[in-house]
Design a protein around this ligand. Structure first.
Ligand code: GUN
Length: 279
């Protein structure tokens, strides 16, 4: 039977460590403040924003919430970002993605001061990550590395397959695994023989956005499976990109959904906020 990788527990451990760091920084007169911009009232976005707010409270960081109407113009968002960039009391800025179609996401990401880019999405942050320089790492991939390390899973020399090539997860994930000396393959919608490629993975990281897509036929015996997906099914139950029940008896370690990768994204955001406070 597989070992469950408990993202909830590990994320709480990380947040507890950060809470102590924040308390120490506060003694030195350094306060943390994360500004979160949300455009439109998508329910899932609202949930994510509420979870972030709770995490900020837990760790001891102030949070500012900007809930803007769906029809907010790009200029208005850029103006707000400029104001937050200039505000010395704000050390982290995050704009919830995806943005409505009339807004150029790249322009918004570019506008955030790289010193406050706690999402790790700015070209400067991405560039630093690629060449291994210090910088903010994107939260979900960084959270997965932390999950693997804190679960004592060896990455060095392992064959790692990442399914998905998004800018937020797949691409940075592959780079971070490479940095840990894994041999990395990135799969996407044009990949031929996806099943055969996945079956070679010692560590299989799935971020394709299709509920229960990966079943036991895609997984090698004893593999480590990390499920980044999160979906709500017809019965309102959460599930991932991996068919958990199908693969669980075949793998050595697996992340559940919920309670696997999700809580780690928030923990790493808090970690980036603390990093921003220190800079
Ligand atoms: N949308 C989904 N995940 C994220 C995230 O980590 N950061 C931002 N800004 N938007 C998201």
């Amino acid at each position: 039977m597989a070992n469950l990788i408990d993202g909830k527990l590990i994320s709480t451990q990380i947040k507890d460590e950060l809470k102590e760091e924040v308390a120490e920084l506060k003694k030195k007169g350094i306060d943390g403040c994360l500004a979160v911009i949300q455009v439109g009232n998508d329910l899932h976005h609202q949930c994510m924003c509420a979870t972030r707010k709770k995490a900020c409270e837990y760790v001891g960081i102030k949070s500012l919430s900007y809930e803007l109407a769906e029809e907010t113009t790009q200029e208005e968002i850029l103006e707000l970002i400029e104001k937050l960039n200039a505000d010395a009391s704000v050390n982290g800025i995050l704009c919830q993605l995806p943005l409505p179609k009339h807004i150029d996401e790249d322009a918004v990401i570019d506008a955030i001061d790289p010193k406050k880019d706690v999402d790790g999405f700015s070209p400067q942050s991405v560039g630093a990550m690629v060449i291994g320089k210090p910088g903010f790492l994107p939260c979900t991939p960084a959270g997965i590395i932390a999950l693997l390390k804190r679960s004592n899973i060896d990455i060095d020399g392992k064959s790692c397959v990442v399914v998905g090539r998004s800018n937020i997860v797949g691409k940075p994930m592959s780079l971070l695994m490479l940095r840990e000396n894994a041999t990395v393959t990135v799969c996407h919608s044009h990949t031929k023989d996806l099943k055969d490629v996945c079956k070679n993975a010692d560590i299989l990281i799935v971020a394709i956005g299709k509920p229960k897509f990966i079943d036991a036929s895609y997984v090698k015996d004893g593999a480590v499976v990390i499920d980044v997906g999160i979906h709500r099914n017809a019965e309102n139950k959460l599930c991932g990109d991996v068919d958990f029940d199908s693969v669980v008896s075949k793998v050595s370690h697996i992340t559940p959904v919920p309670g696997g990768v999700g809580p780690m994204t928030i923990a790493m955001l808090m970690s980036n906020c603390v990093e921003a406070m220190k800079r």
